[in-house]
Ligand binder design. Sequence first.
Ligand code: ANZ
Length: 793
Amino acid sequence: MTEYNPKEIEGKWQKEWQKSGIYQTRESSDKPKFYILDMFPYVSGEGIHVGHPKGYIATDIVSRMKRMQGFNVLHPMGFDAFGLPAENYAIKTKTNPVIAVAKNIKRYKEQLEMIGFDYDWSREISTSDPNFYKWTQWIFLKLFEKGLAYESQEPVNWCPVDKTILANEDVEDGKCERCGSMVEKRPIRQWVLKITDYADRLLDDLEELDWPESIKTQQRNWIGRSEGAEIEFEGSQTSFKVKVFTTRPDTIFGATFVVMAGKEDKFTGKYVTNPATKEKIPVWEAEYVMSDYGTGAIMGVPAHDQRDFEFAKKHDLPIKNVINPYPNSPVVGGVYPINQSPNLTEEISRATKKILAGEFYWTKEGTLRNSPGFDGLSTEKAREKITKKFGEKKVKYKLRDWVFSRQRYWGEPIPVLRDGDKVIPLKEEDLPLKLPEVKSYEPTGTEESPLANIPEWINVKVGDKIFKRESNTMPQWAGSSWYYLRFMDPRNDQVLVDKEKEKYWNKVDLYVGGAEHATRHLIYARFWHKFLFDIGVVSTGEPFKRLQHVGLIIAEDGRKMSKRWGNIINPDDIISTFGADTLRMYEMFMGPFDQSVSWNSSSIVGVRRFLEKVWRLQSKISKGLAGKGQTLGINSQGLTLKSETLMHQTVKKVSDDIESMGFNTAVSTLMIYVNALDKQEKISQKEFETFLLLLAPFAPHITEELWHELGYTDSIHTQKWPTYDPKKLLKDEITLAVQIDGKVRASLTMLRGQNEDEIKTTILSLPQVKKWLDGKEPKKIIIVPDRVVSIVT
Ligand code: ANZ
């Protein structure tokens, strides 16, 4: 037996798989489909570190198991090549983005191939390929046609360093998500997509998705639906009036001022009338009121809102309580309803007294007071009645329309012509509108992209007239909003995706990627998908059935892996020292898949040793019976009963764990199994094969080699996935006494619930029984279940 040497086998099998095309997805198939997808990488720096492939290894494992289980698997890969990350890298390295991106894609691919993934590379796509972005532009034209793409001059986020406007989703804590600079508000001409038209559907349809609850919650909060009322506060004498949005119309009798959005706290000198109390109240400006939410103005109810309370305290404005938190509390004469300790009751009384006196705020529910005509009503009931009487029911969203244009070169050109203020969309047959190759691609800092400086491209002569093209390009998130559809039919030049193919493959069954995409890519893609559903391009209302996020791999020093810290671990180095199979298994073994874990150089050695042990196991295979354990039964496949149980248990556990993405426990189950096999003097071929099949998704190279060592000529990756027999999972053992002609001659420990044939075969193969029978044929074998086997000769 040779030594385990991954260098010799890994490259060899990768080439072989490519040659034989075993991972290519066939079009028509009577098998059930399984579409499994990774969030494709954006192409920025040069190459990947060990953190990047963690999710890809996971989908590789699931896809391999599913293929072996008889599914027609689609597991594609491509590159998110347009946008800021790629362009900034190009600018930094002074390489034209066209060249930089091509070079980086090549490098990424080489690295991915070394890990031994089962991607169907014949379906590779890149968002900056005109054959791809033709359809991104096509979707834009459809959005425009339906009135969902429009131009606006609203003040938007401007990043002074990246020199482009950004969507709200691109801004984190007031900073540009890419470069960290403070964004400014600037009124710049922009293209906007009306995602708000889809707010309710984006919200409602979350219910049906098998997604992590945390991501659903983030989307709910991002969409931020609020039910409330708009109420108008009219000027006392003048025509001046202020409309406010409130979720608490029930507190209107406590509104003692109105605040409009402003840069600093300031009394405007104006007054309006509270429609409920008919009192004259002052109008202020303050920073805490946002100009772009609700109506940009609020009614100040200091007794029931913390910020209003603080504002009133600061500016000495009246505070008037209109809600009694505990209507039955001793303070107002009733008896406190809950059986509380006297101390607690006392404390509540004291707090209630303070609240009722307007010395503190109460933001929760209660019963109305100081509200003539509504006193005694519950806050809930009062909201309804007061809205009817003084205002109008309204639903507001935090979600804003998607600012969709960038003043940058490296993106999809927006396919429209302009004649002064008039916008003329291109015709479908004029797509793709190709991005011209340029010498200078640095952003200009103006409202235009560098494309505006290329007269041959920007000016279009039609007849005698000169039209101008749109110089702005689409954001990085355009291509990724629909790329998963293109994998279903990547080379179609007639339609975005063929109807039949779309029907067969939609939805993505399992989508795996970073949790940081919760409120951007995953909202944008759902929006586009719903739009494509509305215009009949796709047949499902949602793109991704099940979503799973990947936990980060942190560097050994506990920091994020980054060039800046010099703590990057390159997968190429790990592969050349330990092999790709070790890298794969180690990354799955590190910890729960969705949690962050630190790299640990010494643990990876343990995984390599495990694979060496697997390699050595082949010398123990016995084609006949298993050795040892004379008191244990042996079944027809040469398995001792104990080892048979363990085999069935291992099959079940590993299959279930892969299905639920519990890869770390799947690996440890395989390790336990190997240790058990290693303790046996001999192992049966059946056991070894079953084990190899279970290990194959994790370590595709070593298993392929050992499989061929067994004499097989076709790939292990196209074999059937092992199944288990639930009856054989039973752990409890029984001991049968074996009588021969009335005398106990042997005993047999076996699992409860074996069938009679199994028991008979096992008994007759026991050495002691053979000895006593001495070649005689038994006339009769009587089995008393779980107790005695009686052989009559
Ligand atoms: C009166 C009131 C009384 C309020 C009370 C709250 C408690 P959501 O939609 O859940 O975030 N609000 C409305 N527009 C605003 C704006 N442009 N900037 C800042 N605050 C704004 O919360 C809606 C509530 O936030 C509204 O209800 C309003 O304050 C405030 F006891 O109106 B409320």
